[in-house]
Design a protein around this ligand. Sequence first.
Ligand code: UDP
Length: 498
Amino acid sequence: MLQRVDVGKRSVEAYDRIAPAGTVEEVRARAEALRGARVLHLSATPYGGGVSELLRSMVPLLNDLGLSADWQVISGNEAFFDVTKTIHNGLQGASRDLDAASRRRYRETSARNAASLEGEYDFVFVHDPQPAGILDARGKRGERWVWRCHIDTSEPDADVWEYVRGFLSSYDAAIFTMREFLPPDLPIADVEIIPPAIDPLSPKNMTLADSTTRGVLDWIGIELNKPLVTQVSRFDPWKDPLGVIAAYRLARQEVPGLQLALVGSMALDDPEAWDVYREITAVSDGDPLIHVFTNLTGVGNIEVNAFQRHSDVVVQKSIREGFGLVVSEAMWKRTPVVAGRAGGIPLQMADDAGGMLVDGVDDCAVAVVRLLQDPETAAFRGRRGRQRVREHFLLPRLLLNELALMESLVAERPLPTRPTPAMTRDPVCGIAVPTRPGLPSVELDGRTYVFCSERCRERFLADSEHFSGGAAVGAVPERLDGSPRSLPHPPARRGAVR
Ligand code: UDP
């Protein structure tokens, strides 16, 4: 039997006053059509990292909506998670070698987990590559299988991708965070674009009284009378903690007394984290203004909340990134963010919402100093960040997208007719956007194209032939209004910074 994660109870009602108008109502309507559906979310770890963060909130809400949802985690020894980290890094574009022993270990552990998987389900959502081999080993028993890829797989290591690809062909659908993340020759025809979202009511994101925030940080050793820059991230080379320290040291030359907090979690499936932790402590050791914390020393959700709320600037200097929930978490708290132009971060911070996007250490230092020295700009961008998260990156929107996907996967079964949701699709990034007035749009050849941001609108205008030909909103809004489901391959990256 796999470990079942106990997630407690949540009520979707509570999100009505916080999500954009009508979203929760739409979620309820969609869920009605799926009442009683048995859903399994399968992942590699019950804590640490974005996937567990999402599932902790999603699963109880699905139950509250009348579905029957479970979350189970696979098991494996350290050697298995070394292999899956190699796969993870290879899929994100690092050159990696998967030798025969690694391949055997992956296949054998997948088979063992498949044999331990209990329960009967209508839908199985498999998160990331770690559990992806289970379907191949177990076979389908009437379920619809969805591979939910949270990472940027647009330019994977060819051998690693070839290996992982071999486990994917029986999946019924795949979900990616952005169109640009689709790998070459994905063997799954039915692709949905759904960015993750944050739970505004979780202990990590709920409103905290200023006195609580200050009390929590004071208790763990932050000096409240000195400015503070924080990065909250797994200790992972792609999150570039050493680059953060280098940028911080440059910024400190301009802002004496500036403190840095690196808050990192150790996830079960991430054996590399300890090496990175050791490197960080070696580089920062003895510097009284650099604080390094982990979940293992009691820095949990409330502390992360306090850091993201109290910091003068939150940094997320990722080099590669899937989505980067931490960015939306900080933006939701109106805290200015300086973040690497990687993966899903520019989607979150489009049109300068939240703060500044940067490329490299020097750029990062300059942006941090700018936001520290120009509180008006920092506050303005912080407010825009909160707005953008509310519009696009809160949990009810994610629920809506996933329910719509499930509904389409059982479309051949008789289902009550649902009203078409008031959503359409941004033809550039591919995410679902509301059709209400106010969002950037373009009229072209008698169609209206709606965008999540000016940034997407500008990219559309720069290559409207491409974007209107493939995933145009008016023409091909996939599932959201019942037209074709598979997305065209995204255009070649232009100007993407890695
Ligand atoms: N996180 C945390 N404690 C830490 C480091 C990270 O709770 O010490 C959380 C963070 O708040 C976020 C998630 O882990 O909710 C990380 O998700 P993200 O998408 O940013 O990155 P991932 O780890 O999935 O690559």
